[in-house]
Ligand binder design. Structure first.
Ligand code: ADP
Ligand code: MG
Length: 265
């Protein structure tokens, strides 16, 4: 009998993804242990978002296996699959919030959809989730259109945390935020990671976010994960994507403290 607790929280094995003639993933492997904060990086169109969609079962790869929490993604009864879905939270680029619902209703939606909870309990849980992301109970009454970009991300994060997930998936969580809001959001993720013992997998193009958060970096290139390692080791990779991604001015600034041989600009 397999021990699900000791198994990696996520295993992708020999994943193949095709859209018509466009082969996006071809024999891709990745194993993520519990508690890691994994940054998934790769050029535009390399299939980062598609990979997240495979992990949560929104799309199925043409071949290969996705194992989540030690079990094949589509194994077990429908009830078992639904229960598995409650164990992860997602914050995707598009479709962050329902625009016709208040902040509170957006967060409550996830709670009501999957659990029988009393209205008073929902209000308490909404307030608690808002508190976790640094917002007040009064802000539950705002409409998404009244929120700044940073606040929308926080509310979307509160919603992703509604069901107390073990795994949090974030697709470019700091894209579109100014550097100060971006740094705040990163600090928030860090704090939640520590407090809740979450495993986090995020897609990011932002070097500051990557440097601050990642325990591991998965590099997507050539239709595979070509490297899965810490930041220091990733920086040593001799690959055109790595040179392009980390080699620019912003990269040298963000990583100057890690690489003593690089002269500061
Ligand atoms: N539903 C779809 N139909 C056809 N092609 C798709 C679909 N979703 C993604 N693709 C293609 O798959 C590739 C990877 O897309 P995506 O995962 O969004 O990349 P990334 O997030 O790394 O920028 C792109 O070439 C994209 O055009
Ligand atoms: Mg994407």
């Amino acid at each position: 009998m397999m021990n699900a607790a000791a198994a990696p929280i996520l295993a992708l094995r020999r994943i193949v993804t095709r859209f018509g003639d466009n082969v996006v993933h071809d024999g891709l492997n990745l194993c993520v242990e519990r508690g890691e904060v994994v940054s998934l990086v790769g050029g535009s169109g390399t299939g980062k978002t598609t990979l997240l969609r495979h992990i949560i079962g929104l799309t199925r790869p043409a071949a290969g296996e996705v194992e989540l929490f030690g079990e094949p993604l589509f194994s077990g009864s429908l009830a078992a699959q639904r229960a598995r879905r409650r164990r992860f939270g997602v914050l995707f680029q598009q479709g962050a919030l329902f625009s016709a619902f208040t902040v509170g209703e957006n967060i409550a939606f996830a709670l009501r959809e999957t659990r029988r909870v009393r209205d008073t309990e929902v209000q308490d849980l909404v307030a608690l989730k808002l508190h976790m992301v640094g917002l007040t109970p009064e802000q539950a009454h705002l409409m998404p259109a009244e929120l700044s970009g940073g606040m929308i991300k926080r509310v979307a994060l509160a919603r992703a945390l509604a069901l107390e997930p073990e795994l949090l998936l974030l697709d470019e969580p700091t894209a579109g935020l100014d550097p100060a809001r971006s740094a705040e959001f990163v600090a928030l993720i860090q704090q939640l990671h520590r407090a809740l013992g979450l495993t986090v997998i995020l897609v990011t193009h932002d070097l500051d976010t990557l440097a601050a958060l990642s325990s591991k970096i998965a590099v997507l290139a050539e239709r595979k994960v070509i490297s899965y390692a810490g930041l220091q080791e990733t920086l040593q990779l001799d690959h055109p994507f790595i040179h392009h991604f980390f080699g620019g001015e912003a990269g040298r600034r963000a990583f100057a403290h890690l690489n003593p041989e690089t002269e500061p600009a």
